[in-house]
Ligand binder design. Structure first.
Ligand SMILES: [Zn+2]
Length: 269
């Protein structure tokens, strides 16, 4: 650690100080992303970078109510392995790893744990880890993927078609990346590609999930790595979507922190 203690950082406290931190019961935020292909125009760090920036911003703004854990930089990517550079963590490893972290937090007495996801295919695994945390501890554990927090706003402001314009390395992710660090985006290499099967019931889109879910090998759906239309991305849309996500997340953390944990009852008798 260089410089002073940052109040919002879990790992900047000493262990004796941690007792006071536990007593004030902040919501523990655990970011998780991925290292994976994001088209020819974006680096492999998109999911880590976006969710990391959002969570740090949130924790910085409400340091008494939120506590930021070190993030998990890898996710479940088996279906992306056709693309050079992608790193995958097997589903069962990831679930066990996340659960070890959340149960450690619960063991020390933290009651509210929020897993903040930047990568879609982590979600079924995180959902299961969150459920198991609740079953196996006294804590509440929840998870989300960030675009879900602003789905209403996305619907009103997107320019790409629904469904499909915002699935991966798309109008949404590219815009937010442009806002946060435009120098790392190669917009001249951005290309539109929406290659999944056409159906009324099945699609991919971060602005709203389908009734029927299926994940194919990514290279069957995309040769560039993109699903969506990144050519429509702008820094200004990125700013609007980023700010709204941060605001929504602060709002939810406050609600979540106030949730009363009721005793569970055995109704056999
Ligand atoms: Zn992504």
């Amino acid at each position: 650690m260089l410089g002073p203690k940052l109040k919002y950082r879990y790992d900047h406290y000493t262990w004796p100080e941690m007792k006071d931190v536990i007593a004030r019961q902040p919501v523990c935020i655990l970011p998780i992303g991925s290292v994976e292909d994001h088209g020819r125009h974006l680096p492999l760090d998109v999911d880590n970078f976006l969710i990391g920036e959002m969570c740090e911003d949130v924790a910085k703004r409400i340091p008494d109510e939120a506590l930021l854990l070190p993030g998990i930089p890898y996710g479940f990517e088996d279906h992306h392995m056709s693309f050079p550079g992608t790193i995958t963590i097997r589903a069962e490893h990831l679930e066990a790893f996340v659960l070890d972290i959340t149960l450690s937090l619960a063991h020390h007495g933290f009651k509210k744990i929020l897993i903040a996801d930047g990568h879609g295919s982590n979600m079924p695994i995180l959902d299961m880890a969150a459920r198991k945390t609740i079953i196996q501890s006294d804590a509440l554990c929840a998870c989300f993927i960030w675009p879900s927090l602003i789905s209403g706003l996305i619907k009103e402001t997107r320019e790409s078609p629904f469904p499909g314009g915002m699935a991966h390395a798309c109008e949404l992710e590219t815009s937010v990346y442009l806002y946060l660090n435009e120098r790392a985006v190669q917009m001249e290499n951005a290309e539109k590609e929406i290659g999944f099967h056409k159906s009324k019931y099945y699609w991919h889109d971060l602005g709203g999930g389908p009734p029927v879910r299926m994940m194919e090998w990514w290279s069957r759906m995309s040769q560039s790595g993109v699903i969506g239309d990144p050519t429509l991305a702008t820094k200004e849309k990125g700013r609007i979507w980023y700010d709204a996500t941060v605001t929504s997340l602060i709002e939810f953390i406050r609600e979540f922190r106030a949730f009363e944990i009721l005793p569970k009852t055995d109704l056999h008798g």
